[in-house]
Design a protein around this ligand. Structure first.
Ligand code: ZN
Length: 757
């Protein structure tokens, strides 16, 4: 499903002849983890590989896979899985389908009506458009709904809650408005959708509507579909509202284990990740009459959208009746798994995945990147026929059931957890692809590696390398002169940390597999996400219409896979990892200081009588509560651990550089022994078997989805959420746990460096 991409691409001027130090001559230099001789043959294979992917194939695969709706449990979902399987086999890969049986609710009853002060019944329907040939497949389309909403039948006054984030409820408190016993209406975006009903229920609401505001993905942005790419008045964003971030993703009935036929299953009523209150997504066509019927204070200026109405908060007088009921069925998901056995190190796995299921036709999400995966697989098959033999085992995965909440990938990870802990070296994910800049996110031990790959790929529009284009974009986007300077001078572009929202979650968060998530985008706006209009017609009119960015994605990910699979020493680097963790720590120290400062200021304003003095009696507000100033936390253990990691990371980098020339020598290789094993272990060291506080499924101590952001990442999550949620004693304990993991990591990296000497 992949979070709503919000990359602002500002391209004023591109000067291809400027030389940027770190990039110059890079492609002729050695390859990390390769001896000079093997680097040369590796480059030859990679060059052959990159010449194969063909935009015409990508287009044809997309036409086929998005021709009909293919959500979990639909006939075409299974048909697609079998089609993908047949192609993997045809291309010479050893492939099979792995099935899991998961809880997948579909709607039985959906009613939304305003019962006072006037009557209005919501349409809850996306109309057929005559120019769009797949929009008329009504019998096969899932109705508009939010999966894993609980059944419910509620009537209550309506309250508008902006994006429905915790801070929006603080604003409502200041306006003296409670949502207790109310139905809330929230706008989509600015948090993952499932956070909205969660926070609403925590504040006492009994129902939740989520609507697509035209200011965010409708006519304020551009023309609406089919005249333009944006969401039309009756377009609706489907999507999962499973509370995966505070519990776990995957099948709600089999948390922590694979949903195999003999797995022990919870009763639906005991599943913890189903919402507490009923939820329904609606279009702005259906939302407008409800919002227009609200009175009460005007919504704060930044809450208002672009519908031609005054945005009031309520509560009421609009009274809303919301009734939803679902078929709580067990449905099959079909993961298609293909293997290329490693010739020298078959027990070290490089895994690559993208989901194949969609909410409806899903040309953009996920097929635009699934087709890149398929073209990579075809190209690898051709290399095998020409005699290429990867050193490590390569596993290609076309996941099912991603949209409801990472069902196929999570169940596969849980079912194979022991093997993955043993063998999984790297997981590379994609989920959707468009025109624009290469987006690189992942484990920071792979930051240097993926920067190296990005230097090899040509950007289809500018003919710069995609690395150069990403660097230019990062300079354009940097907020301060210092940040711009850093982008120009640092050898590597910084990659983002991983939150969630797509299939890498089980790999990184549950097992601790070093992970990358990649995709191109940022140039085209889109308002068809999770609607019936995300289809072949839309994609071939408004996105990567000639599939050249699809080819670039195949080239980028395929090159990464081959390079990771063939390296004598896995190309992990810990200098960037140590640097990044150090930045996260400083960022936390700053967060705490700012919080202390802000609470001191509010308390002072309360003492001064500022809130009474500035009160407009016609628009009364409530003063904020007085709060205790947060205590100082002891960051010393983490500061020491970051320094240890820094030292051993530099030591390892130097040791590898010295040894690199001799890597091809058999005697040297034999002495390396379990060096690659140690490198594989490096990401596991950043996990803790007990997991994060109150969510033991999440075991990584550096990265996790936020309990109140969903897809959005929280770095050093135990400490950060401790501070944000005012659990200061817990934050102090979490600092100690993170420090211990970093010391263990430093010791492992140090041992790896010694192995090279
Ligand atoms: Zn997706």
């Amino acid at each position: 499903m992949r979070p709503f991409a919000a990359i602002v691409l500002i391209f004023t001027l591109v000067i291809p002849f400027l030389s940027f130090g770190a990039d110059a001559g890079q492609s002729q230099a050695g390859l990390a983890g390769y001896s000079p001789r093997s680097a040369q043959s590796e480059r030859e294979w990679e060059t052959k590989f990159r010449a194969i992917p063909d935009p015409a194939n990508l287009r044809e695969y997309m036409r086929r896979l998005s021709a009909r709706p293919h959500h979990v449990g639909s006939p075409y979902d299974k048909d697609n899985a079998e089609w993908i399987l047949a192609h993997f086999k045809e291309w010479g890969l050893d492939a099979h389908i792995e099935q899991f049986d998961v809880l997948f609710p579909t709607p039985k009853i959906r009613v939304l009506e305003m019962v006072a002060p006037t009557k209005f019944t919501a349409k809850l329907d996306e109309p057929v458009l005559s120019v769009d040939p797949t929009s008329n497949q009504k019998p096969e389309q899932l109705p508009t709904y939010n999966a894993y909403s609980i059944d419910g039948d509620v009537t209550a006054p309506l309250v508008f809650v902006n994006y429905g984030l915790p801070e929006d409820y603080e604003k409502l408190d200041r306006l003296g408005i409670s949502v207790k016993g109310a139905i809330v209406i929230a706008k989509y975006y600015h948090s993952w959708r499932g956070v909205k009903p969660k926070v609403a229920a925590e504040h006492g609401a009994i129902g939740c509507l989520i609507y697509s505001e035209p200011k965010d993905d409708g006519y304020t942005v551009d023309n609406v579909f089919p005249a333009g790419p944006m969401r039309p008045a009756d377009g609706v964003q489907r999507g999962s509202v499973m509370d995966f971030a505070s519990v776990s993703p995957g099948d709600p009935l089999t948390p922590g284990v694979g949903a195999t036929p003999d797995a022990k299953r919870l009763a639906v009523k005991d599943a913890k990740s189903i919402t507490k209150i009923p939820v329904l997504p609606i279009s702005y066509g259906d939302a407008q009459p409800l919002l227009a019927a609200l009175a009460g204070p005007m919504a704060p200026e930044e809450w208002r959208g672009s519908l031609p109405i005054p945005y009031h908060v309520g509560p009421g007088p609009a009274q809303v009746h919301l009734k939803v009921a679902f078929n709580w069925d067990i449905k099959p998901v079909y993961d298609v798994i293909a293997k290329i056995p490693g010739s020298i190190a078959p027990d070290e796995w490089i895994i690559r995945g993208n989901h194949h299921d969609a909410w409806v036709n899903g040309a953009e999400d996920p097929i635009s990147a699934q087709v890149a995966l398929l073209e990579e697989a075809r190209s690898l098959g051709l290399l095998l026929k020409q005699g290429w033999r990867p050193r490590r085992t390569i596993v290609y995965c076309a996941w099912d059931g991603e949209e409801p909440m990472l069902l196929g990938s999570t169940e596969w990870v849980e079912a194979h957890a022991d093997e993955l802990r043993q063998h999984a070296a790297v997981y590379i994910n994609t989920d959707g692809n468009d025109r624009g800049v290469l987006n690189m996110n992942g484990s920071h031990s792979l930051e240097k590696f993926i920067n190296g790959v990005a230097r090899e790929i040509e950007d289809p529009e500018t003919k710069l390398t995609v690395w150069q284009r990403a660097q230019m974009n990062a300079i354009a986007e940097a907020q301060s002169v210092e940040d711009k300077k850093e982008v120009r001078q640092r050898g590597d572009l910084r990659i983002g940390a991983l939150g969630s929202g797509t299939d890498f979650t089980g790999f990184i968060d549950h097992i601790g597999v070093a992970t990358l998530d990649l995709g191109y985008g940022g140039e085209d706006e889109q308002g068809i996400y999770h609607s019936i209009y995300d289809d072949f017609y839309w994609y071939t009119h408004f996105s990567d219409t000639d599939f050249v960015y699809g080819r670039a994605l195949s080239q980028t990910v395929g090159t990464s896979v081959i390079r990771l699979a063939d390296a004598e020493v896995l190309p992990f680097d810990f200098v960037n990892q140590a640097d990044t963790v150090g930045r996260y720590m400083k960022n936390l120290q700053k967060l705490l200081a700012e919080k202390q400062e802000q609470i001191r200021e509010t308390n002072q304003e309360l003492d001064e009588g500022l809130f009474k003095a500035t009160l407009d009696p016609r628009r009364p507000t409530v003063a904020p509560p007085r709060e205790e100033v947060p205590p100082h936390l002891n960051f010393a253990p983490m500061e020491n651990a970051v320094e240890s990691l820094n030292r051993s990371a530099k030591h390892y980098q130097e040791a590898l550089a010295k040894k690199q020339v001799n890597l091809g020598d058999d005697a040297v290789t034999a002495k390396l022994g379990d060096l690659n094993r140690m490198l594989i272990e490096s990401e596991r060291r950043l996990t803790n078997a007990d997991g994060l506080p109150r969510r033991p499924w999440y075991k990584h101590l550096l990265y996790a989805p936020g309990v109140y952001t969903g897809y959005g990442v929280k770095t050093l999550p135990g400490v950060r959420e401790g501070i944000e949620q005012k659990r200061y004693a817990e934050a102090d304990q979490e600092i100690v746990r993170v420090a211990k993991a970093l010391e263990d990591e430093a010791a492992l990296v140090e041992a790896a460096a010694k192995r090279l000497e």
